[in-house]
Design a protein around this ligand. Structure first.
Ligand code: NAD
Length: 333
């Protein structure tokens, strides 16, 4: 029997750890981990499936599901939606406000993990790890000549939490960082040793271009045919942010024609835009492209940190308090 004094929290995100479940339980919450169909994340569930899973929930810890006005209408008891991550392009914040609910993101939990992974891709593409690995697997010991990260020029597009983390890590490689941001913040630039430039300069002068902006109407297909044409022929593109930031068909063409030298991709346009699966498949198959399946934030430590931040946001709202200001993306209370 349900204890009416205890709040119901449903988690539809994978890898929710015991410590965070314990934190919620200690704060008067019963936790229900949704059993997702095999091979499906919550972003692949229909609205009807979500309504069924979330019935009776006061709090929802969500991964990549779409949070829409019609879904919220079906969940009158729900008070807080906490994203176990920081991107929130799938959360309709206006609808959350209109419904009188709160939505939060897990700020500060995974930026170190994504910044680490960004460096991992830069090094892997530069040292041609894919070709080394597949060569050796076939008994071929010939040497693909790599290129240093040391003292290169790196263009950082978007200087938020992850962009700054990337620049801090790059300082150990003595790189020159060029930064593009629509709202330059000179204190960040000074702290991390970068210099602000316009987009054209960044694209033309960087040996590596790395993306760290949110996906929105302004940034959709920020890197397209025209942008790729401005890059050096020896340049590498790194995307650990969101697939829609890059026109993947244009990127595929640029890589095939050797207009740029390589890419390191953790995210793909086809993740949010159906019909581009074949383009993704071809990108994955190129020897000069190192790929990972959207794992930038997925370390044990990073996920445990973000799980706990999401749990703390849920508890704050259910206890009538305010979550940290930087985590709140909508508050319609
Ligand atoms: P953040 O909000 O701290 O920083 C984003 C920065 O982008 C801000 O400084 C903002 O001013 C800047 N920006 C906005 N529009 C821009 C534009 N048009 N051009 C240049 N800069 C622009 O976010 P964050 O924590 O650094 O995360 C960045 C993104 O990384 C998230 O939005 C998310 O999409 C992605 N992410 C990916 C993973 C993964 O697993 N691969 C994990 C976490 C986050």
């Amino acid at each position: 029997m349900l204890d009416a004094r205890r709040k119901q929290v449903v988690v539809t995100q994978k890898f929710f750890d015991e410590n965070s479940i314990g934190f919620l339980a200690e704060h008067g919450c019963d936790v229900r981990i949704a059993r997702l169909p095999a091979g499906k994340a919550d972003g692949g569930l229909t609205e009807a499936e979500l309504v069924e899973i979330l019935e009776g929930a006061d709090g929802w810890i969500v991964g990549h599901a779409n949070v829409t006005a019609s879904l919220l209408k079906s969940l009158p008891q729900l008070r807080v939606i906490a994203r176990r991550g920081v991107g929130y392009e799938r959360v309709d914040t206006d609808a959350v406000n209109a419904a009188g609910k709160v939505a939060t993101i897990a700020v500060g939990g995974n930026d170190a993990s994504v910044a680490d992974h960004t460096l991992c891709l830069m090094l892997a593409v530069g040292r041609r790890l894919k070709e080394c690995q597949s060569g050796l697997a076939g008994g071929d010991w010939s040497i693909p000549l790599g290129s240093d990260l040391y003292r290169k020029t790196v263009g950082v597009i978007g200087l938020g939490r992850i962009g700054r983390g990337v620049m801090q890590r790059l300082s150990g490689f003595e790189v020159k960082s060029l930064v593009y941001s629509p709202r330059p913040d000179w204190s960040h630039s000074l702290a991390t040793g970068g210099c602000y430039v316009d987009m054209e300069t960044l694209l033309a002068e960087s040996d590596i271009v790395t993306l760290h902006t949110p996906l929105n109407a302004d940034t959709h297909k920020l890197i397209n045919k025209a942008a790729l044409a401005r890059m050096k022929k020896t340049a590498v593109l790194i995307n650990t942010s969101r697939g829609g930031l890059v026109d993947d068909a244009d990127l595929l063409a640029a890589l095939q024609s050797r207009q740029i030298a390589g890419a390191g991709l953790d995210v793909f346009q086809s993740e949010s835009e159906p019909g581009l699966e074949e383009v993704t498949r071809q990108l994955i198959g190129l020897p000069n492209v190192v790929v990972t399946p959207h794992v930038g934030a997925s370390t044990v430590e990073g996920l445990n940190r973000t799980n706990l931040i999401a749990a703390q946001c849920v508890v704050a709202v259910l206890e009538g308090r305010n979550p940290p200001k930087s985590s709140v993306i909508a508050d319609g209370r």
